[in-house]
Design a protein around this ligand. Structure first.
Ligand code: PEP
Ligand code: MN
Length: 582
């Protein structure tokens, strides 16, 4: 295998290439441009380019070259190599370090030894050369005792030079990332088939408009595709505009990556796919692979929600809590997270009273745009802090597909609110997050529509859906909504999914919350989600239906959760045995 390398024999490019192709025949080239030419002209089968160093960052000439040379699609990246880089300073035998006046090396190598050079040779002139090994050769030829080169240790032996100091790089972890490439027509034969991890590199040019880069990156994020690197380079012919270089995890043929690329192709001014290659994992910090289930396009003979698929009923687990398991789950917390202190106080109180999980809205769907809209990400942070303090897992609403990644980052379970039950892009995005989904029924949605919304989440590959009946809109105006207990019992007949009841939003009145809760459990609900506020009359949303701490403790007692506090309620236990037996 002939591999074109930047620099002469003994260069770091050659050593890196040897890690991948131990028996290679090196084709030395003066600079990275010549490496490309050698491969194009078939003087080499593949080439190896330094792209980034862990100490000094990008090799910008290579980035620019990728744009110039790969834009026509005739070359493809096929490999990634990480190579540790240790530098040695060398001179002709007998030359003392104190006599060195000039130091030759590749500018990248000089940049990696700045600290040592400043300390030991503060007055020496630093001279850029084409490559490290080549500068060792020049020192050997000139036989000047005032001249030294910085190169890899073997270059000293190769040119009869004496090392003056070794491992002079600024940090011992110093390493360089190289990319291997070949002609597109031979690329498939070069690639490692069936590798455990791939990466794909691309260049995108986006229109100079607000949000275009974010939209491009969102195409990956929304599909659970991990971004590995992002680099910008100036567009020379248009000052202050930029090309973006993006590395993502996965091969271009992976369904999620392929879908994202298709979207970006339509969106971007220009997209160049540089190639997919096996990720070099040794010494790198790749995250654990994320299992990404594919979405279903074929219609199953039996819907995925259908009880026949799992007559025993499905359990959904959230941090050890079992929805649909032997015990009912009690979720409590405010309608909205109003402040750090308020959510902490509520979390501690409901945990003490026997709640299993904490609720609280950070993104609020409000009828009026002038009403409190929630604290957003700050609210999520406070919920996570409250989980830290109390151990209660957190469920919170996500309003739009764009916010799914951030909500999924903080929450243990994503709530799809009643108003969004048929927001299909949100359902898809929530499914893809991999987090369990609490799917509320829309106040105007039929039973079938509700199940089909759940079907969206399942079809997208996420099996962890808990349904939530929270009252529907009927002709009856005495209460906010009408709790449809028929639907709760029917869910258990028709689907294998667990169903939770939200008596707070159904009733809109706190006095009804306890009786509706007991009825819900009797009808077969796997648990309850109720609103609790330290001072309900001052609540920024849904105060009328929120329980205070005392009422919540009473509810917990009545549904048997107060066992934790040592005082079980007889009524609650009786109700529970009905619920569990059904
Ligand atoms: C809530 O849980 O605070 C909420 C807004 O619920 P729903 O979507 O059921 O109205
Ligand atoms: Mn509410």
């Amino acid at each position: 295998m002939r591999i074109a390398i930047q620099g002469s024999h003994g260069s770091f490019s050659e050593a890196a290439a040897r890690r991948r192709w131990p028996d290679l025949v090196a084709v030395p080239c003066r600079d990275v441009k010549d490496v490309v030419t050698a491969v194009r002209e078939e003087r080499a089968d593949a080439g190896c380019l330094p792209i980034e160093n862990s100490l000094i960052g990008s090799v910008t000439t290579t980035y620019d070259l990728l744009h110039e040379a790969f834009g026509d699609g005739t070359l493809q990246l096929t490999h990634e190599i990480l190579h540790p880089v240790h530098h040695t300073i060398m001179a002709i035998p007998g030359a003392p370090l104190s006599g060195i006046r000039r130091v030759l090396s590749h500018p990248v190598a000089l940049g990696q030894c700045r600290i040592w050079l400043a300390k030991h040779l503060p007055d020496a002139e630093l001279v850029s050369a084409w490559d490290t090994a080549g500068s060792a050769e020049m020192v050997a030829q000139q036989k000047d005792p005032a001249l030294a080169a910085i190169a890899a240790r073997p270059a000293a032996d190769a040119h009869g030079l004496a090392p003056l100091a070794e491992r002079i790089e600024d940090d011992p972890t110093n390493q360089t990332r190289f990319l291997g490439f070949t002609r597109a027509d031979t690329a498939d034969a070069f690639r490692t088939p069936g590798a455990p991890r791939y990466k794909t590199s691309l260049i995108v040019l986006v229109d100079h408009k607000p949000g275009m880069l974010a939209l491009t990156l969102q195409a990956f994020g929304a599909r659970g595709v991990n971004l590995m690197a992002l680099q910008s380079r100036p567009e020379r012919s248009a000052p202050w505009t930029y090309r973006f270089y993006v590395d993502v995890e996965g091969a271009a043929t992976d369904p999620r990556v392929a879908e994202a690329l298709e979207e970006i192709e339509a969106l971007a001014a220009k997209l160049i796919i540089l190639g997919s290659y096996e990720a070099w994992t040794e010494g790198s910090r790749l995250s654990a692979p994320v299992p990404v289930p594919a979405h279903r396009v074929d219609k199953p003979a039996i819907p995925l929600v259908d009880r026949r698929r799992n007559p025993e009923g499905t359990e959904v687990h959230v941090r050890g809590l079992r929805f649909g398991g032997p015990d009912p789950i009690l979720i409590a917390g405010p309608c909205s997270v109003e402040s750090e202190a308020m959510i902490m106080e509520t979390a501690v109180a409901v945990a003490q009273a026997g709640a299993d999980m904490l609720r609280g809205g950070a993104y609020k769907p409000r009828t009026s745009p002038y009403d409190f809209q929630g604290l957003g990400v700050k609210g999520l942070r406070y919920l996570a802090d409250a989980r830290e303090r109390t151990g209660l897992p957190v469920v919170t609403e996500v309003l739009s597909w764009e916010e799914v990644p951030v909500v999924a980052h903080f929450a243990d379970m994503l709530q799809i609110g009643a108003r969004n039950m048929q927001n299909f892009s949100l359902l898809r995005a929530a499914s893809r997050s991999g987090k369990p989904v609490l799917l509320k029924r829309g106040p105007g949605a039929t039973f079938e529509e509700w199940l089909m919304a759940a079907e969206y989440v399942l079809a997208e590959g996420n099996p962890n859906v808990v349904l939530c009946e929270r009252g529907i809109r009927t002709f009856e105006r005495a209460t906010r909504h009408t709790l449809d207990l028929n639907a709760v019992a029917l869910v258990r007949e028709r689907t294998h999914l667990p169903v939770l009841v939200d008596p707070s939003h159904a009733a809109g009145l706190r006095s009804l919350v306890i009786p509706l809760s007991l009825a819900a459990l009797a009808a077969g609900a796997c648990g309850l989600i109720v609103e609790v506020h330290p001072d309900p009359d001052q609540a920024l949303s849904d105060g009328a239906q929120s329980l205070d701490f005392e009422m919540f403790a009473e509810l917990a007692r009545k549904v048997g959760r107060a066992g934790r506090m040592g005082e079980a309620g007889e009524t609650g236990r009786a109700v529970l045995s009905v619920a569990n037996g059904g």
